[in-house]
Design a protein around this ligand. Structure first.
Ligand code: NAD
Length: 498
């Protein structure tokens, strides 16, 4: 460990002191077969947190083999749902018991404020519990009423399910991904993002402690082109779930297509918030600033285009700009920090690059934004939030920036607002803000996306599906009851009656 950050929990010290960190295959901690490692950084200090073993294609093959073996031999797939649920609730209990330890690891690795990381860990536990409970209550046999046949559909676990995750919500997303797959009786191989592998590795300690059979959950750490691509090419997969950018999503889908492995893609977004003149302007400005600065704007569904009715435009802009200027930006562990750094120098360059390019294309910088030096943490990857405004063709209005940079657009009437929202090639999540609920619901239903929120942004409730259309994803999304059935295959059993 090379960070100078003050670590609060001895468990985190111990965990990091074991670096280079091994990954977990078949219930064992293993180094990469060629001994190669890669560093993961503390974005708040710019220093290396730990070296992590970089899985080779051969290591990935072994992980898939371990998961395949566990599927057929460990008994996990054949356990009654309530028996599997006991293991999963035990895992949730263990994670809850170590919430602050996992949150510290997450905050160090991603740069997010500690309180947000604690919320992510809690969300992970809720997801595990939601699908564990759901699995006990669903029907695994559906009788079919057809003439002259006795027939039913039986829902069976599929086999090895692979998961590739991004770096913005590493721990929370692991929960969203693997909870339904495990509750349905599958085994899994996880490839976390190379920027943020630590919380997923730490989770494996708790998976082992929970007594989940060896090989049911496997983690391989490494690069996208290396371990990630090797995973997508494995013909033994029963299913692939990818969360990340549309560019990589295409590659993943293409590779899986070669083997006809079904793919679920949760991709990027360019979410809009439509604010009508009868909305509470200050409260809406506050909510939108919170949304665009949450996780330093590195949120797929954030409100990145603010589409504002012209009569309240100036008032909303000045209210939002004042709040953004007062935001406390700093180290994730420091009390009072509202916004941490972005995850990497590459991400910082991306955000700053978009701010510059947008202005070159004619956008107005209502709030300048730019790089930021935090005292005592000068090498951290900090940025100041910006607010841009201009026409809808601007690059910053079309493309996902993934930073604290909203783009403002004005509208005159409802039709124009809907048209501005729907001209995006993404389709993840938008919101409508209005005191007139009839209008708000009408506009919400006109949006081409997976999710429309009314008088709120970033609403995640277990039991409500969350997913995207067009460039934002395909395959049914996550968090809903149907997600559970994505991890079961259907088998029709039929007997003709004489
Ligand atoms: P990314 O697409 O660059 O990487 C995501 C993962 O894919 C990483 O683990 C990476 O190692 C892996 N990868 C890279 N190349 C690969 C390849 N050739 N084959 C297989 N795997 C490969 O995305 P990112 O920068 O980590 O995350 C940001 C993106 O994720 C944004 O677009 C964001 O909107 C999106 N996202 C979407 C959701 C959602 O639920 N829809 C949630 C979080 C993030």
């Amino acid at each position: 460990m090379q960070t100078t950050a003050t670590i609060q929990h001895k468990e985190v010290q111990e965990f990091l002191s074991k670096a280079p960190l091994s990954f977990s295959v078949g219930g064992k901690w293993v180094p990469s077969s060629n001994g190669k490692t890669f560093p993961t950084f503390d974005p708040g200090t710019g220093e290396i947190l730990a070296e992590v073993y970089e899985a080779t294609a051969q290591d990935v093959e072994k992980a898939v083999a371990a998961a395949a073996h566990a599927f057929t031999h460990s008994g996990w797939a054949r356990l009654a749902p309530n028996e599997r649920a006991v293991f999963l609730h035990r895992l949730a209990d263990l994670v809850e018991g170590q919430r602050d330890v996992v949150a510290e690891i997450e905050s160090l690795d991603v740069g997010k404020p500690l309180a947000q990381a604690q919320g992510d860990v809690q969300n992970f536990c809720q997801t595990i519990r939601y699908y564990a409970d759901l699995s006990v209550h669903v029907q695994y046999r559906t009788a079919l009423a057809v003439p002259h046949h006795e027939a039913r559909v039986v829902h069976q676990p599929r086999g090895v399910c692979a998961f590739i995750f991004p770096w913005n919500f590493p721990f929370l997303l692991v929960g969203w991904g693997i909870a339904p797959a495990l509750a349905a009786g599958n085994t899994v191989v996880i490839k976390p993002a190379e920027e943020t592998p630590l919380s997923t590795l730490y989770l494996m300690n708790l998976v082992h402690q929970a007594g989940i059979p060896d090989g049911v959950v496997n983690v391989v750490t490494g690069t996208g082109e290396g371990a990630g691509a090797a995973l997508t090419r494995d013909p033994r997969l029963a299913r692939m779930s990818f969360t990340g950018s549309p560019e990589v999503g295409r590659l993943v889908a293409r590779e899986c297509g070669q083997n006809l492995v079904p793919v679920k893609l949760e991709l990027g977004g360019k979410g809009a918030a439509v604010v009508f003149e009868d909305a509470d302007v200050d409260a809406t400005a506050n909510a939108l600033v919170s949304a665009i600065t949450l996780n330093t704007g590195q949120v797929c569904c954030t409100a990145s285009r603010w589409v504002v009715q012209e009569s309240i435009y100036d008032q909303l802009v000045s209210s939002a700009a004042a709040r953004m200027k007062n935001l406390q930006i700093g180290y994730g562990h420091d009390a009072g920090t509202q916004m941490g750094p972005v995850v990497s120098p590459k991400q910082r360059d991306r955000v700053l690059g978009y701010i510059k390019k947008a202005q070159q294309e004619g956008a107005e910088a209502v709030l300048e934004g730019g790089p930021l030096k935090v005292s005592g943490k000068e090498k951290g990857f900090y940025v100041k939030p910006a607010i841009l405004a201009g026409d809808a063709g601007n690059v910053a209005c079309r493309e996902e920036i993934f930073g604290p940079v909203p783009y403002l657009l004005k509208f005159k009437n409802e039709d124009e607002a809907i048209q501005l929202v729907n001209r995006s090639s993404y389709g993840l999540a938008n919101s409508v803000w209005s005191a007139d609920l009839q209008r708000a619901n009408r506009v919400a239903e006109s949006m081409i996306a997976g999710n429309s929120w009314v008088n709120a942004h970033n609403v995640f409730v277990h039991g409500i599906p969350y997913g995207g259309v067009n460039l934002s994803g395909m395959g049914g999304g996550v968090l809903g009851p149907n997600t559970f059935f994505d991890y079961l295959r259907d088998l029709s059993v039929v007997r003709p009656l004489a």
